[in-house]
Design a protein around this ligand. Structure first.
Ligand code: KG4
Ligand code: ZN
Length: 335
């Protein structure tokens, strides 16, 4: 039985590799961040991102394997992000993983990056899990709700119609002169501000699984330009509004669907304020809610390796005859 999987992710600006045992036990996770390259541009420059992946991927994969204490002979399968992500960045990991799989003679499992973010809460988690899962991805590129009636296959319920929540946080952070990526810097500034100082809408697109953040962002820009409020208060009030909307969507989803466990993944769930609100939601709603450790909230290879193991057990494997569309959209949930 295949139980040691190696996972690779190069979907955006982090070169990542992890080794995982039996889908959940993380043996190593190595991430090479390109923050120093992109921060001076205030956002990810795709061409630089893919070149840096080419330079780093060999080292990252070798280091992850070394840290796991295992050898190639012990790796039984390779998971790799096929999409969605930046096309040039994705290609680096995808082609590298194909080469590894061919030379080692082990299966290759193409992984959807969004499903992997929703799987991340199960890394190093030892408890039982009640299905169906309600998943929420909160990242720099995506904000969506998904439903998983059976283990780790997620169907799309709704998604943002404009900005992702991380993107909105990053844009407002940039407006306030904070470095990229702005989410964590905005969080620090918000700690010094008063979150109830400025009013933002608390409900957006009611009775819908879809999100929208562009109105909120425009409101923040107008407030900033008015010069009437302290930046700390703007940061705190804006961040609070974004997090309230996320929790409000979960609330609507658990009202309308049968849910055993809620899982939240993606870079924004590294945010302490959001974690606190999710804990409160779980207590009040009496529903189990899991989110990953901070290091598994951000892009990482362990979530790819773990999910690849479970997909492999279901018979999912790359066929070599036909490539997969890298946009790799989640199928819509049809009741
Ligand atoms: O999942 P991720 O690492 O990459 C994508 O797939 O997008 O998410 C990156 C996003 C960025 O927008 C970043 O600002 C945000 O996650 N982020 C945070 C925090 N840490 C990362 N947002 C708020 N608070 C944080 N502590
Ligand atoms: Zn991501």
């Amino acid at each position: 039985m295949a139980s040691i999987f190696l996972g690779i992710d190069t979907s955006c600006d982090d070169t990542c590799c992890g080794v995982v045992k039996e889908g959940r036990k993380v043996l190593s996770s190595v991430v090479s961040s390109q923050e120093e390259i992109h921060s001076k541009f205030g956002g990810v420059v795709p061409e630089y991102a893919s070149r840096a992946h080419v330079e780093r991927i060999g080292w990252v994969v070798k280091t992850a394997l070394d840290k796991s204490g295992l050898s190639w002979e012990e790796v039984e399968g390779i998971g790799v992000t096929r999409g969605p992500g930046l096309p040039g960045s994705l290609l680096v990991g995808w082609e590298f993983a194909k080469g590894l799989s061919l030379s080692a003679g082990i299966p290759l499992i193409p992984i959807n990056h969004l499903e992997a973010h929703l799987f991340a809460p199960f890394l190093d988690f030892e408890g039982e899990v009640d299905f169906p899962l309600l998943g929420m991805v909160v990242s720099g590129g995506h904000t969506l709700l998904a439903y998983s009636p059976t283990p780790y296959d997620f169907y799309l319920l709704g998604q943002t119609r404009d900005d992702a929540c991380g993107e909105a946080l990053d844009k407002v952070a940039r407006l306030l002169g904070l470095p990229y990526p702005g989410g964590p810097h905005l969080e620090k500034l918000a700690e010094k501000g008063n979150a109830s100082r400025i009013d933002f809408p608390k409900k957006i697109l009611p009775q819908s699984y879809d999100f929208s953040f562009s109105g909120l962002k425009t409101h923040a820009v107008r407030i900033f330009q008015s010069g009437k409020y302290k930046v700390e208060d703007l940061a705190a009030s804006f961040q609070e509004a974004v997090m309230d909307i996320l929790v409000d969507k979960l609330d609507y989803a658990v009202e309308t669907l049968k849910v055993g466990t809620v899982v939240v993944g993606g870079g924004v769930v590294a945010n302490k304020r959001l974690r606190k609100k999710l804990d409160e939601f779980s207590r009040e709603r009496k529903i189990p809610l899991l989110y990953p450790k901070v290091s598994y909230s951000l892009d990482n290879g362990a979530m790819i390796a773990g999910l690849a193991y479970f997909k492999y057990l279901k018979g999912i494997e790359f066929s070599w005859r036909e490539d997969i569309d890298p946009s790799f959209n989640l199928e819509r949930w049809e009741r």
